[in-house]
Design a binder for this molecule. Sequence first.
Ligand SMILES: Nc1ncnc2c1ncn2[C@@H]1O[C@H](COP(=O)(O)OP(=O)(O)OP(=O)(O)O)[C@@H](O)[C@H]1O
Ligand SMILES: [Mg+2]
Length: 304
Amino acid sequence: MQPFVDFRNVWLAYNDELLAQSHYAVEDISLQVQQGEFIAIVGPSGCGKSTFMKLTTGLKMPSKGSIHVGGQPVTGPLKISGMAFQAPSLLPWRTTLDNVLLPLEIVEPYRSQFRSRRAEFADKARRLLDSVGLAGYADKYPWQLSGGMQQRASICRALVHEPKMLLLDEPFGALDAFTREELWCTLRDLQAAQKFNVILVTHDLRESVFLADTVYVMSKSPGRIVVKRQIELPQPRDLELTYTPAFTDIVHELRGHIGAFRKTAGQAGAAATSGTNATSGTGGNNGTSGTSGTSGTSDTGVPR
Ligand SMILES: Nc1ncnc2c1ncn2[C@@H]1O[C@H](COP(=O)(O)OP(=O)(O)OP(=O)(O)O)[C@@H](O)[C@H]1O
Ligand SMILES: [Mg+2]
């Protein structure tokens, strides 16, 4: 079957000057996301995760290589995706319901039908809010909601126009561990019901293993995909699974890849700066503690 998202040898330099210096934010990215697949991208800060999202949605065009989504070459911003970010960014002067309705006021074909079909659209938005546990909050303003509730509403807003693809850039990063885990389950259930593709960017390895079919690890400088890990754990997954050895082994394995890579990068950096001692500069908790610090609910897995 044709992949839904298809990156072939994609490189991006943010501007001509950087291109002239061969300074790429991401290098030689090749990956395929199958229809309905849930992928997670993990990696240290600045490695190019958000850049990958911009390329997927057509907000940036590659300097080299090709990107196809839904079988079509990406030539500009895509309408078939919904996005949610770390900050819920709801409009404070609109009720929760009106925030969720926003994409339908903007995106065609809904836009031109919005006035005539408003009641129908509002019903749909309310059902979506109900499904994520926000029944009764539709008519409240965002500032009357907790952070977790706001993030739920922002996911509803990203899904209301039934996108084929949901892009989530650190959507749960600002939430406490318990709320975050609740929202993992919300997202799991929405995706199981609606079968949209998900591309999730996260620093949290447990989150990636719990939710994704496939986890990609990116390295920093250059921003490349260094590991592809299929998560064969049975689905649907529930939170108990996160305490099993099968689960924590995968988290440890991924943490090991990142630790190993950071150690190598640190060594290269130290060698470059000191010219003498290649093992200095890898200290702290970066390179040497490949399998530690991945248990418990407060750990985010990937150091910033
Ligand atoms: N508009 C821009 N112009 C020039 N360089 C940029 C621009 N946006 C990002 N970059 C650079 O591209 C690289 C990747 O940035 P990106 O935002 O994709 O990282 P990230 O993995 O999402 O980081 P974080 O985890 O901190 O969000 C970084 O070196 C960054 O400085
Ligand atoms: Mg980012």
